[in-house]
Design a protein around this ligand. Structure first.
Ligand SMILES: [Zn+2]
Length: 85
């Protein structure tokens, strides 16, 4: 059992990198317009505020479908596990 109440969140590699480095420039590579980029930045910022303080735990061994907690994209890979306490 966990000593503290801990919540796990599954993040995609892009968001994991974004949270770790506070670098979301990858969004600008696929966004087709400045508006789309701004919207995505806004929704990610909102998601991060809802989640709270995230600490990286590990990369999951299970390759499966999951919805990224930050960008809401459905991914099929090994999720990065981040925890909030
Ligand atoms: Zn993501």
């Amino acid at each position: 059992m966990w000593a503290v109440k801990e919540q796990q969140h599954k993040l995609c590699d892009d968001c994991s990198c974004g949270v770790a480095n506070d670098d979301w420039s990858h969004i600008d590579f696929w966004a087709t317009s400045q508006d789309e980029s701004d919207q995505e930045h806004a929704s990610i910022t909102a998601a991060l505020e809802t989640l709270g303080w995230l600490s990286h735990s590990h990369k999951s061994d299970d390759s499966s479908y999951f919805t990224c907690a930050v960008c809401n994209d459905i991914q099929c890979s090994n999720p990065q596990i981040w925890v909030t306490t």
